[in-house]
Design a protein around this ligand. Structure first.
Ligand code: G3H
Ligand code: 13P
Ligand code: ZN
Length: 325
């Protein structure tokens, strides 16, 4: 039987984004696949008093089981209330990179409060058609919808793109008005994963294209995917403890801070969390090779993850302190 996100204590992203636009910050969208990641996200956002978007990818849904995920999301609300002393930060559960109408519909039935329909690999016309279909369905349940224009380099939606196809400012107005989408993910040089720039190239995103897009759709919510910063200290910690990550480069925090002040109201981060967990687990394995209680390495990994997210909320996205605005 279908369940409404409201019954789970969740909210859609509409009000979150309106406040973020006014307050010149971005709401964090952190991916999770398991309990430790979810605990870290929730505790970091409660402690920094930040709204949060919990992102679930198709892969996460397959890994963790959709029924279990629904109860994890519901549990996350109760957990947030409990550790927040009875006060509840705004929490949305969002489908990351929904590939078609059916997965979006299924997620809405499982209690998601927001979905992304990623039609960026289709033609402009087909992208509009697919996105509009999802919007028409989702809005009946007051679920918010994110669309995407432009293609991020790297791996996206099981499609491997060699080069960025930057979002064309000329297309955004038509896309937004014809689809009635609530937010738009754009491609301005960010990319998924830990290898975003080739060594020796200029690791800059195209804030000029962002500014141009903002001019075409003033006040409309923009989303940035592929926004991990790939902290050098985490890469070093992984490599010092037996890992092999070469030439991992991310988006500078200063550029993200700049973007967060603009119409960018949602910033997606997954890879940095993966790096923080991996670094902590590798360190625990090297330092205590005789330990075999998962709590002894997942515990420190969860702590490292929480510290990372607190840092992002406070120093990069600027969402800290805005949960109860
Ligand atoms: O955009 C991709 C996210 O990092 C999710 O990755 O599909 O491996 O779960 P995933
Ligand atoms: P990163 O790989 O840069 O963390 O991006 C995550 C993302 O965009 C999820 O949709
Ligand atoms: Zn993404």
């Amino acid at each position: 039987m279908a369940i409404s996100y409201r019954d789970l204590g969740l909210v859609n992203t509409r009000e979150m984004f309106a406040k973020a636009m006014k307050g010149k910050y971005a709401v964090p969208a952190y991916n999770f696949n398991n309990m430790e990641q979810l605990q870290a996200i929730i505790s970091a956002c409660v402690e920094t008093e930040s709204p949060v978007i919990l992102q679930i990818s198709k892969g996460a849904r397959e890994y963790a089981n959709q029924t279990l995920l629904r109860y994890l999301a519901q549990g996350a609300v109760e957990y947030a209330r409990e550790i927040g002393g009875g006060k509840l930060i705004p929490i949305a559960v969002h489908l990351d990179h929904g590939s078609d109408f059916d997965i979006c519909k299924s997620c809405i039935e499982y209690g998601f409060s927001s979905v992304m329909i990623d039609g960026s690999h289709h033609s402009f016309e087909k992208n509009i058609e697919e996105t509009r279909k999802v919007v028409e369905y989702a809005h009946k349940f007051d679920v918010s919808v994110e669309g995407e224009l432009g293609v991020l380099a790297g791996k996206e939606d099981d499609v491997e793109a060699e080069k960025h196809i930057y979002t064309q400012p000329d297309e955004v107005e038509e896309f937004v008005s014809k689809t009635n989408v609530d937010s738009l993910a754009i491609a301005i040089g960010t990319s998924h994963g830990a290898f975003k720039f080739k060594p020796g190239t200029d690791p800059k995103i195209r804030l000029d294209i962002l500014a141009e897009i903002e001019k075409r759709i003033p006040g409309f919510t923009i989303v940035l995917h592929g926004s991990s910063s790939v902290p050098a200290e985490l890469v070093a910690m992984i490599n010092q403890n037996g890992g092999q990550l070469k030439d991992a480069i991310g988006i500078g925090e200063d550029q993200l801070r700049e973007a967060a002040k603009s119409a960018v109201c949602k910033i997606n981060i997954d890879s940095d969390g993966r790096l923080a967990m991996t670094a902590a687990i590798r360190k625990a394995f090297v330092e205590k090779p005789s330990e075999f209680d998962p709590r002894k390495y997942l515990g420190p990994a969860r702590e490292a993850l929480k510290d990372l997210y607190k840092h992002k909320n406070i120093n990069v996205l600027g969402s800290a302190g805005h949960a109860f605005d």
